[in-house]
Design a protein around this ligand. Structure first.
Ligand code: AHG
Ligand code: MN
Ligand code: MN
Length: 330
C-alpha cells in the first residue's frame, strides 16, 4: 500500500523553521474552511441557495449567496484564533479587523472566498484563493499597511478547486503541493507533491470575445500564440480563474486577462487573485507578469486594485512582455 499522507501531517513535516504553531495552525484552519465550503458547493443544486443574494459587492457585481457564505466561513474560522492581525476579502469594502476581545496574531490573511462565481448556477468548477503575509508591526492591531504588501512578501499562498474532486494546492515557498479531498474521510490527502509546470505547454487561455477591445500588443500576442512561431497549443477557457490556472499548472500553458483600451487595469484583482497565484507559479517554475514587470513586484496601493495578468510557462509570459516592449516605442 502506498503511503497515505494527510494535509495535517504534510504541513507539520514541511513547516518553515519560523512557523512554530501559529502559521501551521493557520493552514489547518484554511483547510477546514475549504472542507466546509466544498460541502456546501457540492450541494448547491440541492438547496434553495442558488441565485442572487440581492446585494452588490464593492466590485459592483451581484453577489451570489455562496460568495457570502464562503466569505463568512473563512472569517468566522479565523477571527478568534489569535493567529491573524487582520484580514481582507474580495467581498468586503474595508479591511477586516480581529474583533475584540480576541487576541491578535502575527499573520495577515487575504482571500477571494469564491472565485468564478458566475459559474455556480451552471455547475462549473469554482474555487477559493488565499494569501498569507506577516504583519508589519507585531505590537499593533492590523492596519491597511499590513495588507498592502507586494506579493513578493507572501509567506504562503494557495487555492482550493471545487471541481470533479475538491483539491487544495498551496506553497509556503518550498515548492507547490496538491491535496485531494477524500469526502468519506473528510481529509485532504497528498496527491500531487512538488508540482512543476510541464514543458512543452499544452494550452493558452483567454476570453477571446474581447479581441477587438484589446491594445495592439495583446492582439499581436494572441495571433502569435495561434501561429506557427509558438509551441503548438490548444485553447481552453473556463472563466473560473482557479480552474483555468489549475489545468494549466498540470498541463503547461498561459492564462491571460489583459487590460482593454477603455479599461487598461483589466479585471483580475492584484491582492486576492494575481498575487497569490503569482507566488504559486513562481514556485512551480513559471512566471506571472502584468505585461511589464513581475506581478510579485507590483506596488499595491488599494485593496481592490486590478491588474492586467499574464501567468504560466516562463517563455510564454516573456513573449507577452516582448510584444508590449516592441509596441511601446510606436
Ligand atoms: P470572481 O468570481 O471572484 O469575481 O472572479 C471572476 C473572474 C475570474 O474567475 C475569471 O478568470 C474571470 O472573472 C472571467 O471573466 P470573463 O467572464 O470576463 O472572462
Ligand atoms: Mn475571483
Ligand atoms: Mn470572488
Amino acid at each position: 500500500m502506498s503511503k497515505i499522507v494527510t494535509i495535517e501531517r504534510f504541513i507539520f513535516e514541511h513547516q518553515p523553521d519560523y512557523a512554530r504553531g501559529e502559521f501551521t495552525n493557520l493552514l489547518y484552519d484554511i483547510a477546514l474552511s475549504a472542507k466546509i465550503i466544498s460541502q456546501k458547493t457540492n450541494r448547491a443544486g440541492l438547496t434553495e441557495i442558488l441565485g442572487q443574494a440581492g446585494s452588490v459587492n464593492i466590485q459592483g457585481e451581484d453577489q451570489q449567496k455562496l460568495d457570502v457564505y464562503a466569505d463568512e466561513i473563512i472569517f468566522k474560522l479565523n477571527d478568534h484564533t489569535g493567529r491573524l492581525c487582520v484580514m481582507a476579502s474580495e467581498e468586503r469594502e474595508d479591511i477586516i479587523g480581529i474583533p475584540e476581545p480576541y487576541k491578535k496574531g502575527s499573520y495577515v490573511l487575504v482571500y477571494d472566498p469564491l472565485d468564478g462565481s458566475s459559474n455556480i448556477d451552471v455547475n462549473v468548477s469554482i474555487g477559493t484563493i488565499f494569501g498569507i503575509y506577516r504583519c508589519r508591526e507585531y505590537d499593533k492591531r492590523g492596519r491597511i499597511e499590513d495588507i498592502l504588501q507586494p506579493a513578493r512578501r507572501l509567506v504562503g499562498a494557495g487555492y482550493v478547486l471545487y471541481g470533479s474532486s475538491t483539491m487544495l494546492v498551496y506553497t509556503t515557498g518550498t515548492g507547490v503541493h496538491g491535496f485531494t479531498l477524500n469526502p468519506e474521510l473528510g481529509e485532504f490527502l497528498l496527491s500531487h507533491e512538488n508540482m512543476v509546470l510541464p514543458d512543452p505547454p499544452s494550452y493558452f487561455s483567454v476570453n477571446h470575445a474581447y479581441y477587438s477591445k484589446w491594445e495592439k500588443p495583446v492582439q499581436a500576442y494572441t495571433d502569435w500564440l495561434q501561429g506557427p512561431e509558438s509551441p503548438k497549443m490548444s485553447s481552453r477557457y473556463i472563466g473560473s480563474l482557479v480552474a483555468d490556472f489549475h489545468r494549466n499548472l498540470l498541463r503547461g500553458g498561459v492564462f491571460y486577462y489583459p487590460g482593454e483600451i477603455n479599461k487598461p487595469e483589466g479585471k483580475i484583482r492584484l491582492l486576492y487573485e494575481a498575487g497569490p497565484l503569482a507566488l504559486l507559479i513562481d514556485q512551480a517554475g513559471g512566471y506571472a507578469s502584468n505585461g511589464c514587470k513581475p506581478i510579485l513586484d507590483v506596488e499595491i496601493e488599494s485593496l481592490h486594485q486590478r491588474t492586467p495578468f499574464f501567468i504560466g510557462n516562463r517563455s510564454l509570459v516573456h513573449q507577452a512582455e516582448m510584444f508590449f516592449q516592441q509596441y511601446s516605442g510606436k
